[in-house]
Each structure stands twice: as structure tokens, then as C-alpha cells.
Design a protein around this ligand. Structure first.
Ligand code: F6R
Length: 363
């Protein structure tokens, strides 16, 4: 049942305020205590986290690396399950191994989990399907509470994965004494305001559709971002490839001049994800290098960022201001909608893109 939407993907994008609110209320009590399901995790017992996943879930892990390292000062390694399982990496003592999977049945992720059995101190999974094999075989399974996801392109599962990973970061930071109670309260109140901020982002639908219409004839599209906007750029590029079949690549903005800038000309639209945070000026200077080579920029930022940097850009998408730590959750919305409307403009099958399956249970 698409609940009045043309596609499951549109329905699932629109459900994000509700399901993220749900996920938060499952983990956080009114007094701001964060409780993980039994048997819980004591982050003073770990010196590092190894995160393993595929596709969109992998990008959720890459985003969480920025959080765990910055907020909880805990080193994180992230790997594709298909690489990890055959590389057979050494797992040092005091390692928490984490597996992120919407379906909980992805073959490579499951094999990577089994490789860690008896090697990692603890195995935790972040799943949507709590009865899944990956959940069952973990010491601790954390549900993301996204509800059933039908669209092949993952949307609400991604933002719910991010929400749960952010809450785990806060728990780790508390256990390890890297944040104060006041800082915790600030993070949680920012997280509690996510549903209303996402609603504001969803109201930008028409502007995003216009940008998508301009984008749709392109053969190649680049996505740029810095810091935790880099994994979001990767996710935006994956969404666009999957459902619109446009070739899209993402780069960390600072890598541009090390090669990819050679691709830029008037035929290559470049999506720049740049909230007005401490890295904004750096990203904008990369964006100006793109414009100097006639690249057409779609700038996604907040009002302050657009006022400062939108001149000369091809299209602008305005997001509401949001706490720096939570930009990845909010900026997922325009990334998803841009892909969605580009696919609509091209007339592709949004919910059942060619060659793709919802759950990849063979390697
Ligand atoms: C992209 C997408 C895939 C999945 C990947 C992992 O939109 O849906 O990249 O994220 O196949 O699937 P799960 O999370 O079920 O392990």
C-alpha cells in the first residue's frame, strides 16, 4: 500500500520524520538516558570499532566513523563486507565488531560477521529485520525501527541506521567520559528536533524537483562533500546511479584537484553538499574551482551558506539550519529526493530498478 504516493520510495522518504522519532523514543528515555537492548554495551571495554556492511549501509558506517571518532574519541575502521571477509584482517583485542544491514540477510555481511566470531570481543548488529540471521548471530542486535522497506533503493532505513549509530556514539561518549551531561542534553535535543527539520526539508520538494529536471539529461554527475558530508555525497551518487541510471561519482571535496577536476566541463553537473559548518569555506573554495571550469553546481546548504556562496551556481536547495553533528541525517533527504525526481524525469522504474534485488543473499 503506497498510502497515496506514486511509489514506495516516495512513501518511505516521507515516512522519515515519523520513523526517526520512533527510533529515538525506543532508545532514549525522558530523562535523556540512552538504553541499548540487553545485554547492552560497555564502551570502556573497547579500544576500537570495526564496522562492516555493503552499499547504503556501508555509507551509514562511514558516516558513523566521523561521529565515533569526533564525539567518543574511539577509532573506527570501516570496510566493505565483500573485501573484509576475504582479506581476513587481524582483529586485535578490545575490538567491537559492528555489522549494519537493513535486511539482516546480506550474504557478504553475514560471512564477515561469522569471520569475527571468536575473534572480536563483542559482535553487535544494527538491523531493520530483528528476526534476521545477522541479528540472531550477534551478541547484541539493535533494531532501527524503520518499518518494512519495500523500495529497492534504501531511504528510511539509511536515516534510521544513522539515528541509531548516533545514539550509540552518545552512549560510547558517555561511557568513555568524552562528553558532559550538558553536551549530551544538547545532542539529544537536536536529535529530537530532527523529525520537524526533516519535514521542513521535505517541503523543499518542488525546488529539488526543478534541480532534478535540470540534472536529468546529464550523462555524468559528480557529488562533493567534506567531513561527514563526504559519505553523504557517496550515498547521493549511489541513489542517483541506482534509480536514474546516470553515472554518478562522489569525491571528498579536497580530492578534487588530485584528479577528478579533469572531468569538469559545462556538461558535468556537480552536486555540492555544504552546510555552513567549520568546513564550509573549504568546500566552497573547491566549488569555485568547479565553476571556474564551467561546471554547473547544484548547491545544497542552509540559508546562511546560500547567502554567502550561491552566486553563480546553477541551482540551490535550501535546508534548515541544524546542529553540526546531525547534518548527515538531514542532508540525506535532498540526496534521496534528487535521485527520485531525476528517475521520474527519466521515466525509469523507481521501485524496481533494473538488475537490482532488495536483499542480496548470494555473493
Ligand atoms: C542501496 C541499497 C543497497 C543496500 C545493500 C545492503 O539503496 O539498498 O546498497 O544498502 O545491498 O543491504 P542490507 O542493508 O540489507 O545489508
Amino acid at each position: 500500500d503506497k498510502a497515496g504516493h506514486k511509489h514506495f520510495m516516495a512513501k518511505e522518504i516521507s515516512e522519515q520524520p515519523g520513523v526517526i522519532g520512533e527510533a529515538v523514543s525506543h532508545y532514549v528515555a525522558a530523562d535523556n538516558t540512552i538504553s541499548l537492548p540487553d545485554p547492552g554495551l560497555d564502551f570502556t571495554k573497547f579500544d576500537r570499532i570495526t564496522m562492516v556492511a555493503c552499499g547504503t549501509a556501508y555509507y551509514a558506517c562511514l558516516t558513523a566513523k566521523y561521529w565515533f571518532e569526533q564525539i567518543a574519541r574511539l577509532p573506527v575502521e570501516v570496510d566493505f563486507a565483500s573485501e573484509f571477509r576475504y582479506r581476513e584482517p587481524p582483529i586485535p583485542g578490545r575490538t567491537l565488531a559492528m555489522f549494519v544491514s537493513q535486511s539482516g540477510e546480506t550474504a557478504d555481511t553475514l560471512a564477515a560477521l561469522r569471520y569475527c566470531e571468536g575473534k572480536a570481543d563483542k559482535i553487535a548488529s544494527v538491523v531493520n529485520v530483528i528476526e534476521s540471521t545477522i541479528a540472531r548471530e550477534s551478541d547484541l542486535a539493535l533494531p532501527i525501527h524503520a518499518g518494512v522497506e519495500i523500495g529497492v533503493a534504501s531511504t528510511k532505513a539509511f536515516t534510521c541506521q544513522l539515528t541509531v549509530l548516533f545514539l550509540m556514539t552518545l552512549k560510547a561518549a558517555l561511557d568513555r567520559g568524552t562528553i558532559t551531561q550538558d553536551q549530551l542534553a544538547d545532542h539529544i535535543s537536536a536529535l529530537r528536533s530532527m523529525p520537524s527539520l526533516i519535514n521542513i526539508a521535505l517541503e523543499q520538494n518542488a525546488a529539488i524537483r526543478d534541480a532534478a529536471q535540470k540534472l536529468s539529461p546529464a550523462r555524468d554527475v559528480l557529488f562533493l562533500g567534506r567531513g561527514a558530508m563526504f559519505p553523504l555525497a557517496l550515498e547521493g551518487a549511489l541513489k542517483l546511479k541506482e534509480i536514474s541510471y546516470i553515472h554518478a561519482e562522489a569525491y571528498a571535496s579536497g580530492e578534487l584537484k588530485h584528479g577528478p577536476i579533469a572531468l569538469i566541463d559545462e556538461n558535468v553537473p556537480v552536486v555540492v553538499m555544504a552546510p555552513r559548518d567549520r568546513l564550509f569555506d573549504k568546500t566552497v573554495s573547491n566549488m569555485q574551482e568547479v565553476m571556474a571550469r564551467k561546471g554547473k553546481v547544484i548547491l545544497i546548504s542552509d540559508r546562511a551558506g546560500l547567502e554567502e556562496a550561491a552566486e553563480g551556481t546553477w541551482a540551490q536547495i535550501e535546508m534548515p539550519p541544524v546542529a553540526d553533528a546531525l547534518t548527515p541525517i538531514l542532508y540525506a533527504i535532498p540526496a534521496q529526493l534528487l535521485a527520485y525526481h531525476t528517475a521520474i524525469a527519466k521515466g525509469t522504474d523507481v521501485d524496481q530498478p533494473r538488475n537490482l534485488a532488495k536483499s542480496v543473499t548470494v555473493e
